[in-house]
Ligand binder design. Structure first.
Ligand code: UD1
Length: 357
């Protein structure tokens, strides 16, 4: 029997790829032939090629919210990407394109639309990114993680489902995590995730606070590419990694508190794992402010405390961390009251649905 064909797209940072990985890992490859269209050099290429599925790299331009001469060059790259995506899609003839957003998805969506291929998009953030704002009118179906994001999309084709989380993230072992880290049971584990790309300001603040933090915690620091500090590599109770792959589930199973950027996928994973969070969102100066809104929403629901980057210093950081440590049980109780949907199942059913039409 011929396999059903589907194309995934999304990239630029891991947050636009890990939900795709969650779905791909659940699809039976004897029934589905899965393809991925991403950029030629982005993180999606590295993460997807590990899965052993066909990967196509296309030209793509950065989508900027400000005026820049680079925008002219990038608009040509996007046009080139559209033509490349169109010829790939014509060859594959998929039953649908699933997009997680990020700038590389735009040419793929435009090409899919021009070929009348059904398009499903998922928006992870409180407000849509530029790519999904462009894509929304072309989409057949839109899914969102946040209830509050729904109003930005056409009501008749939008559904709130939460975040599709990699199942393996939820099945880690504390013992394996502690063994991997070389940590003991005596002090709680604090994990720091500065977003999939790391965060300079978070890295600096944490490293300055290390002497006092290490009296109370064992620390895992996911610090982003090129940010491992050799001078700190032999400190007992402190482990740094640029990016963690398979071991993440075990590290999180061993984690008591997490300090994180406000990236949607990460915070939904911590919520599902009931790990209390201190969220330090990317500021409005460096982004459209989506992480601030994500963080505020989680704080209002009692899942986290939030510290805005402008207020971040040693004192506020330690104070807020102590607050989360004190409120840990209360936060976990609030997390347990969250209505649990199965976003992954809903998306898999949707794909079966489209393929059977
Ligand atoms: C700078 C930027 O544009 N950030 C955006 C990006 O964040 P970013 O790419 O940081 O994405 P998220 O925080 O949403 O997700 C990161 C993903 O990477 C995984 N992970 C991370 C570190 C690691 O060592 N190993 C690992 O597997 C996490 O478990 C998670 O699944 O996409 C998010 C979702 O649209 C947005 O909310 C963010 O604003």
């Amino acid at each position: 029997m011929e396999r059903k064909r589907i194309v995934f797209t999304g990239g630029g940072s891991a947050g636009h790829v890990t939900p795709n990985i969650a779905i791909i890992n659940e699809m039976n490859q004897e029934e589905w032939q899965i393809y991925y269209i991403g950029s030629k050099t982005g993180i999606e290429k590295e993460l997807i090629e590990k899965l052993n599925i066909s990967y196509y790299g296309i030209s793509s331009g950065k989508l900027r919210r400000y005026i820049d001469v680079e925008n002219i060059i990038d608009s040509f790259r996007v046009m080139k990407g559209c033509l490349e995506a169109r010829s790939i899609l014509k060859k594959i003839k998929p039953c649908a394109v699933f997009s997680k957003g990020g700038f590389v998805s735009v040419p793929v969506i435009i090409a899919a639309r021009s070929l009348d291929i059904p398009i499903i998009i998922h928006e992870s953030d409180y407000t849509p990114g530029l790519a999904n704002r462009i894509s929304k009118s072309f989409a057949t179906k839109v899914y969102t993680s946040f209830e509050e994001a729904k109003k930005h999309f056409p009501a008749n084709k939008t559904r709130v489902i939460g975040s599709p989380i990699r199942r393996e993230i939820l099945t880690g072992s504390k013992k394996v995590g502690l063994d991997f880290l070389g940590f003991h049971h005596g002090l709680p584990v604090l994990t720091i995730m500065g977003g999939s790309l790391g965060s300079k300001i978070m890295n600096e603040t944490i490293r300055e606070a290390l002497p006092s933090l290490l009296k109370k915690y064992q620390i895992v620091h996911l610090c982003g590419k090129g940010n491992v500090s050799d001078s700190l590599s032999n400190i007992p109770g402190y482990k740094q990694y640029e990016y963690i792959h398979e071991e993440l589930s075990h590290i999180l199973a061993a984690t008591e508190i997490v300090i994180t950027r406000g990236g949607s996928n990460a915070i939904f994973e911590f919520l599902a794992l009931r790990i209390p969070m201190l969220i330090i969102p990317l500021s409005k100066k460096q982004s459209r402010g989506d992480q601030l809104l994500n963080g505020r929403s989680f704080e209002a629901k009692g899942y986290a405390s939030m510290l805005e980057e402008e207020r971040l210093n040693q004192e506020t950081f330690i104070q807020l961390l102590e607050q989360v440590t004190r409120d840990k049980e209360k936060i976990i109780e609030a997390m347990k009251c969250q209505e649990e949907g199965d976003a992954l199942r809903i998306l898999l059913d949707e794909m079966e649905n489209i393929a059977s039409r």
